[in-house]
Design a binder for this molecule. Structure first.
Ligand code: GRF
Length: 218
């Protein structure tokens, strides 16, 4: 059974979706540690009540990014983490951290990459006036929000939307595709080829996976 280390900064609804999908048997993995850089993140409460180990490592307590990342790595190593999952983790990681966990870090981004990388992606998409947006799970590489894409889901932008409504619609899809990507990751069914990710699953299964998302046709 693979060990996951989950990094959060905020409310932790994606973390909750991962917990739920481990509990219901969909993801065959264990969360060995959750780390928050933000001491008041609500996500901390979600894991405390489940008895999952959680640590606060506040970036503000460190004088350099590298020292902060060393502390993260020490903690992740202590808990024998195989894969690092960025679930709303709002710090940019440097190549020092990324090389340590090369091809073993996943991130979720609330837009259809490569459009709208960076912060406030939902509002960026809303302000731009796109008619569809969505979310992307990708491997983390040095260039922020540019790593190989694992899976995406699409949502419409509606006439009477606000950035908040769009954000909520996207978040619902995040909670579906992030567990899916993590399942494939821990089952070692993802193969990186250049900047592409190949799903090593039977075509029938791929159809089933996409079927759960009405905005993706196969
Ligand atoms: C999500 O929209 C995620 O895509 C982004 O930050 C948000 C985190 O939400 N990176 P939560 O903490 O999982 O509720």
């Amino acid at each position: 059974m693979k060990n996951l280390g989950i990094l959060i900064s905020g409310s932790g609804t994606n973390l909750q979706a991962i917990i739920d999908n481990i509990e219901n048997g969909f993801i065959p993995a264990k969360i060995s540690i959750v780390i928050s850089n933000n001491p008041s993140a609500y996500g901390i409460k979600r894991v405390e009540r489940k008895g999952i180990p959680v640590e606060v490592i506040n970036h503000k307590d460190f004088s350099s990014r590298e020292d902060f990342e060393k502390a993260l790595i020490d903690c992740l190593e202590k808990h024998k983490v195989d894969y690092v999952i960025l679930a709303g983790f709002m710090r940019v990681l440097t190549k020092f951290f990324i090389n340590h966990y090369k091809d073993r870090i996943l991130n979720i981004h609330p837009a259809l990459l490569p459009s709208f990388p960076g912060v406030n992606a939902q509002k960026q998409a809303f302000d731009y006036g796109v008619k569809f947006s969505g979310c992307t799970v990708h491997f983390v590489t040095e260039k922020v929000d540019h790593g190989p894409i694992i899976i995406q889901a699409v949502v419409p932008v509606l006439q009477d939307d606000t950035p908040e409504k769009l954000q909520k619609r996207i978040l619902e899809k995040e909670h579906i595709i992030f567990p899916l990507a993590i399942k494939m990751l821990v089952e070692e069914k993802l193969q990186i080829s250049g900047n592409k990710v190949i799903w090593k699953v039977p075509v029938e299964n791929m159809k089933d996976m996409y079927m759960i998302n009405p905005y993706i046709s196969f």
